[in-house]
Design a binder for this molecule. Structure first.
Ligand code: FEO
Length: 399
């Protein structure tokens, strides 16, 4: 993507990665992504906000040169992760007088990860400002969105806040600003679920911290910019709140059909009780979709057959993922089947110590489900309905 003007003397010089399909060799990117970088030309100084993934270094360099940039005074490093800092060494080679402006923690990380010499850095305290002449940058420390060194940069005169990963979306688009809110909402929720959800409480503090700023435009480092800031701020407030939905997410796998029979019966039983159900077959999962479902569900019921006395390995993977993402859910249970013996419940429970949830009595049966097993599933569905009601978790229709 070539140079585009965000506002007067603020230029988008980053890159759109239409083809990338995996991040961290883990996270699916069904819609690609972008690595946003901005060049700000003040009346006296020029600053570059973040860089791009090393694979897209040439795009950044070409865009910066195209603007006739003779010098860069400051490179603002809001985040040390490679997709934003990986092109820093090349920029510092091309513009040797440039200083890297970042938090002290970010400096440590950049020295370790990219071997940038110490004399290249200016570290800034929370709330410090830097003048570019007619434009002023204010630095807001925002640790743990999503690394310990993360920072936001607020351009006062223009009301623009550069938020790096915070509030972003993995979405390749030629639009500089959000045009299709539904598409961006989906991509931003996926991003929140995969990257930000473990830091829900910190996110609330950071939202509070920027509340008093006059924000005209929010510019994350992935996906389009928000010229209607409330769209993404309200979405984040909702996702990071303590509110959960009257939903049950069922990640499951079945080898010979018994667990599948249980899951299908149980899903129907929940639906009859007015509960929304989201089922995920873990044989070929999109873990992003599962993570999104975990953002606001009240309950998860894991379905698994027994493999060598434990849960199916793909269920283990999903349980580890849920444990790492720390969704705000309230209840967990387990259903499934075994042939001759099972320690599935103990093993699965032990894999999710981060989840502060109530474990509801599992239904783990021998062989194919029989009449009494279906009754046990009905009882679990009753219990979930009653627990949700007792905690005031009701469906949108009931509100
Ligand atoms: Fe987009 Fe945490 O890097």
């Amino acid at each position: 993507m070539g140079v585009r003007e965000l506002k007067t003397n603020i230029y988008s010089v980053g890159a759109v990665d239409w083809d990338r399909r995996l991040f961290d060799e883990l996270i699916p990117l069904p819609d690609g992504t972008s690595y946003n970088s901005y060049l700000i030309k003040g009346s006296e100084k020029t600053a570059l906000i973040d860089t791009v993934n090393p694979t897209m270094m040439d795009v950044l360099v070409k865009n910066v040169e195209e603007l006739g940039t003779e010098d860069i005074d400051y490179v603002i490093a809001n985040h040390a992760e490679q997709d934003h800092s990986g092109s820093l060494p090349r920029i510092l080679d091309l513009y040797p007088s440039a200083k890297v402006v970042c938090t002290p923690k970010c400096k440590d990380l950049l020295m370790d990860l990219l071997l940038i010499p110490e004399d290249k850095f200016i570290t800034v305290a929370d709330g410090k400002t830097l003048s570019l002449g007619n434009k002023t940058l204010e630095f807001i420390h925002a640790p743990w969105v999503h690394w310990p060194e993360t920072m936001l940069t607020y351009l006062r005169e223009d009301g623009v806040i550069f938020t790096c990963d915070f509030l972003g979306s993995h979405l390749a688009t030629s639009d500089l600003f959000v045009t299709d809110e539904a598409t961006v909402y989906e991509a931003a929720k996926r991003y929140y679920a995969e990257i930000m959800m473990p830091f829900r409480i910190t996110i609330r503090k950071n939202l509070q911290k920027i509340k008093e700023l006059a924000i005209d435009t929010i510019v994350p480092s992935h996906g389009p910019a928000y010229d209607k800031p409330d769209f993404i701020l309200n979405a984040y407030k909702d996702w990071a709140s303590d509110e959960v939905k009257n939903e049950v997410v069922i990640p499951y796998i079945s080898m010979h059909g018994s667990t599948k029979k249980m899951v299908d019966y149980f899903a129907e039983a929940l639906i009859e009780r007015g509960i929304t159900v989201k089922q995920f077959n873990l044989s070929e999962p999109d873990i992003g979709k599962l993570a999104m479902a975990l953002v606001d569900t009240a309950t998860v019921v894991i379905g698994s057959p027994t493999v060598l006395v434990g849960p199916h390995p793909k269920v283990v993977y999903a349980a580890c993922l849920a444990n790492a993402l720390r969704p705000k859910l309230r209840f967990v249970s387990i259903i499934g089947s075994y042939g001759w013996g099972s320690r599935m419940v103990e093993q699965l429970s032990g894999l999710m110590p981060n989840l502060k949830v109530e474990i509801l009595e599992p239904v783990v049966i021998k062989g194919v489900p029989k009449e009494e097993d279906f009754k046990a599933l009905d009882m679990l569905a009753d219990e979930i309905r009653d627990k949700h009601k007792a905690q005031g978790i009701i469906s949108e229709q009931e509100k």
